[in-house]
Ligand binder design. Structure first.
Ligand code: UD1
Ligand code: MG
Length: 471
């Protein structure tokens, strides 16, 4: 079955009360339209048409790197049927008469490839499929706002009635239209010009195709979506949040099925791809953005955020840590309250403790930065111990400079390493030093005044008010 896919994305999305086009609002961290484009591609259509409005060419700009999409502009938002009408000249130009058209709504992002494949095969199995319209319906507890499916005594779908045009009795129907529809290009060409806008919203409804087709003896097939959330449309922020929850449940289920232990599946958000080894443990309120990998037995503590991290086996990330663009070797321990920024690589068995920030650095095997430090633009060897409060002074106000710390260095607390500087192998630096020159291997370096002194007759300054109150 040769299909073209039309994605309707030109609506103004007024109910979102937002300056962002509705289909650009994210689900699982990526625009709704991106989900649909991915699904559409998986069906290998001959063409993908996306209908946008004249006000939001931002869509075609945002997706400009995506190949094989024909962007079509709907001049005025006169309804879903009018949006499809904008694509007709493109279909005619391609003489796509023997094709089928699958119409998806840009605000219904989570429809699966499986459901659409079943839907198209339901249509294809129809003897007279060239002269049939198929649509996906579903049953919902609260159908408010959705098009209701009207069936005749033989249980055949004969119309879709929009909420605003429905009588009270029609409004009690719980079977609703998903907005997903398919038919042959020839049939679409024939029926579309016949639709009118005689309804409460004075819009051209695509859903009116059903009644029109039935009146002309054209058959209708419906495919029931067993999980209504999968075909739930997003018109409001509330619905966006509901669709987001459904998406998150699915994501978490997937990693659990592969052997991850998720302490509360309702309190983990995966906004991208998360690959987990077996026996990974994920505590509550954790967020994973972009592409993350967790090796077997790695533990992610509560309230951690990981963005594009590649983490090996047996790593422990303690609570409240924020990691972005980091590659971590085996048996490392990070946090609590650690911040590790992009382009950082930690070798095996590294320890990064609380209130430590690391940026664009390479840290060697078994090295430790346990407390209150900033390490940026550094290359640190193996078995290095960096004391509390150590800072690499990497920025001179104009340029960033590198700090190199070779193997087996011990740096005392509260040390400043003024880059560019090399701390040679085996150096020990005394606490409180400000190191501005390269050190000598195996030696003790110190810069502070070790002669602790007492200043006699020194008076602690006090404010004039305090002085007065004392008098
Ligand atoms: C639509 C269906 C309704 C169904 C519901 C499921 C119609 C008339 N109604 O209602 O039966 O139950 O989806 O979610 O089809 N759009 C355009 N141009 C327009 C108008 C809309 O491109 O002029 C696009 C929107 O961007 C959106 C899609 O079409 O992606 C559906 O439009 P929307 O206004 O969301 O329709 P619903 O009221 O949700
Ligand atoms: Mg909608």
């Amino acid at each position: 079955m040769k299909i073209s896919i039309i994605i309707l994305a030109a609506g103004l999305g007024k109910r979102m009360c937002s300056s962002l086009p509705k289909v650009m609002h994210p689900i699982g961290g990526k625009p709704m339209l991106a989900h649909l484009l991915c699904t559409a591609r998986a069906l290998s259509p001959t063409n993908i048409y996306v209908v946008q409005n004249a006000l939001s060419p931002v869509l075609s700009e945002f997706f400009s790197s995506e190949k094989g999409i024909t962007w079509v502009t709907q001049a005025q938002q006169l309804g879903t049927a009018d949006a499809v009408k904008a694509v007709i000249p493109h279909l005619s130009a391609r003489k796509a008469e023997d094709e089928y058209v699958l119409i998806l709504c840009g605000d219904t992002p989570l429809v699966s490839v499986e459901l659409l494949t079943r839907f198209l095969s339901d249509l294809d199995q129809n003897k007279n499929s060239q002269n049939t319209i198929g649509f996906i319906s579903t049953n919902v507890d609260n159908p408010t706002g959705l098009g209701r499916v009207i069936r005749n005594e033989q249980n055949q779908a004969v119309a879709i009635v929009e909420e605003r045009d429905a009588t009270d009795s029609i409004r009690t129907i719980s079977e609703v239209n998903s907005g997903i529809l398919a038919l042959s290009t020839a049939l679409l060409n024939k029926l579309l010009p016949k639709l009118s806008n005689q309804n409460a919203q004075k819009e051209y409804y695509l859903t009116d195709l059903i009644q029109l087709a039935v009146a002309q003896g054209i058959s209708i097939t419906t495919t029931l979506a067993p999980i209504s959330s999968e075909v739930m449309g997003v018109n409001t922020r509330h619905q966006q949040a509901e669709v987001e929850r459904f998406y998150q449940q699915k994501q978490v289920q997937e990693i659990m099925e592969k052997g991850a232990c998720v302490l509360d599946p309702n309190r983990v958000d995966i906004r991208g791809v998360l690959n987990c080894g077996t026996d990974v443990l994920i505590d509550i309120n954790t967020i994973f953005e972009g592409n993350n990998t967790l090796g077997a037995r790695t533990k992610i503590g509560a309230h951690c955020i990981l963005i594009n991290c590649d983490i090996s086996e047996d790593v422990e990330i303690l609570p409240f840590s924020f990691l972005s663009g980091v590659k971590i070797g085996k048996h490392c321990q990070i946090g609590p309250y650690a911040r590790i920024r992009p382009d950082t690589v930690l070798a095996d068995s590294v320890k990064i403790g609380n209130f430590v920030e690391v940026k664009k650095s390479h840290i060697g095997t078994e090295s430790k930065i346990n407390h209150l430090s900033y390490v940026g633009d550094a290359v640190i060897g193996a078995s290095v111990n960096i004391g509390a409060g150590t800072i690499t002074c990497n920025y001179d106000g104009l340029f960033k400079h590198q700090t190199i710390i070779e193997d087996d260095v011990h740096i005392g607390s509260d040390t400043q390493l003024v880059a560019p500087v090399i701390i040679r192998k085996g150096t020990t630096i005394a606490a409180g030093s400000t190191v501005t020159r390269n050190t000598e291997a195996g030696k003790l370096t110190l810069t502070q005044d070790l002669n602790q002194r007492v200043i006699e007759n020194w008076v602690r300054p006090i404010s004039s008010e305090r002085k007065k109150s004392k008098e």
